[in-house]
Design a protein around this ligand. Structure first.
Ligand SMILES: NC(=O)c1ccc[n+]([C@@H]2O[C@H](COP(=O)([O-])OP(=O)(O)OC[C@H]3O[C@@H](n4cnc5c(N)ncnc54)[C@H](O)[C@@H]3O)[C@@H](O)[C@H]2O)c1
Length: 313
């Protein structure tokens, strides 16, 4: 099995360590902040224990936890590593500096993948001798629960590196998608941005409350979206498939959005949404509600996995 190095042991690095360890890989974890790696090892054991309570690990969680060990340097973490998942701070200068170190320390066929949410491969790896083995593997928080991972290579990334990365993520239980050309925000955050821009606009212009808008997703569109995407949705929403749907609704939907403009989220608009949310949930319940969200997600993933086993996907 591939040896994995996880660089940066914050929120995302810790979750990646769980993903690879529970799939049977040895994981070396490195963070340059004093004490961060040891702290992360404790949280990883807790996270694996919690995943086990939802049946998301097929062995005693302690065994998975022992596969993750700390390293004192990048060189130690990368010794013998076949794949690196980099999760350092979201700054272009940090990524460039870390990638120079990774490229110098990694064995020649080791893949260097970044979790970056906003920085394309061309911007942090173009200067490297080993740029052909660099790419983005962007997760959604937390990746040990949410399986999607956006694989975004640069034009200079070797196709074989892309294939090996997709194969590895598939084997460990993630759901990789390929971003065929570099684009800001990759795919998921562009979709999220489109929905959020329209959501803020509808609240701003007084068409709906924040709570009713949330209900529209939670008790409407979102129910289908947890097991099918928008293209499959419209394909099934008209008896003759996508062409039938486009003939019935295309002109109306495109017309309804044409000419719509989005203004920046100024302080007054953000304060209005914040105030409506605080009425629903006081700020002191924030952390408890985050934990609730992660438990709900784990239960949903376990449910989807059980259904997928019983039926064809
Ligand atoms: N938080 C999210 O929701 C999310 C989602 C998807 C992707 N990401 C991406 O994942 C990456 C990490 O995000 P995070 O939320 O885990 O951040 P974080 O701040 O929780 O963790 C970053 C860690 O990197 C360490 N670090 C910084 N510079 C380092 C270096 N030179 N060498 C080793 N360690 C170093 C820090 O000490 C810190 O522990 C970012 O690129 C981010 O864009 C984050």
């Amino acid at each position: 099995m591939e040896k994995i190095a996880v660089i940066g042991a914050g929120l995302i690095g810790r979750a990646w360590a769980m993903v690879f360890a529970r799939a049977g890989h040895d994981v070396k974890l490195y963070d340059n902040a004093p004490g961060a790696t040891d702290y992360a090892l404790r949280l990883i054991a807790d996270g694996l224990r919690e995943s086990a309570t939802f049946g998301l690990i097929s062995e005693p969680f302690e065994r998975a936890a022992t596969r993750v060990t700390g390293a004192a340097s990048i060189a130690e973490a990368l010794d013998g590593a076949d794949y690196v998942q980099e999760n350092t701070s979201e700054r272009e200068d940090v990524k460039q500096a870390v990638y120079a170190e990774l490229d110098a320390a990694a064995k020649p066929d080791c893949i260097l993948a970044s979790s970056t949410s906003t920085i394309q491969t061309s911007r942090f790896a173009a200067h490297l001798k080993g740029k052909h083995r660099c790419l983005v593997a962007h997760p959604v928080n937390p990746p040990h629960v949410v399986p999607i991972v956006e694989i975004s290579p640069a034009p200079f990334t070797a196709p074989e590196v892309v294939e090996r990365t997709i194969a590895l993520h598939t084997r460990v239980g993630q759901v990789p998608i390929l971003v065929r050309k570099e684009i800001e925000g990759f795919i998921l955050n562009r979709l999220q941005a489109a929905l959020l821009l329209e959501s803020f606009r509808l609240v701003d212009e007084g068409f709906v409350s924040t709570e009713d808008l949330d209900k529209t997703i939670r008790d409407g569109l979102g129910l289908r979206w947890s097991f099918m995407g928008p293209f499959e949705t419209i394909d099934l929403n008209a008896p003759g498939g996508v062409s039938d749907y486009a003939a019935r609704f295309g002109e109306k939907l495109c017309g309804m959005m044409s000419g719509t403009t989005y203004r920046p989220w100024d302080a007054a608009l953000v304060a209005k949404v914040e105030a409506e949310r605080r009425e629903r949930m006081p700020q002191d319940q924030h952390a408890a509600r985050e934990a609730w969200r992660d438990r709900r997600l784990m239960a949903l993933i376990a449910h989807k996995r059980d259904l997928d086993r019983e039926t064809d996907k």
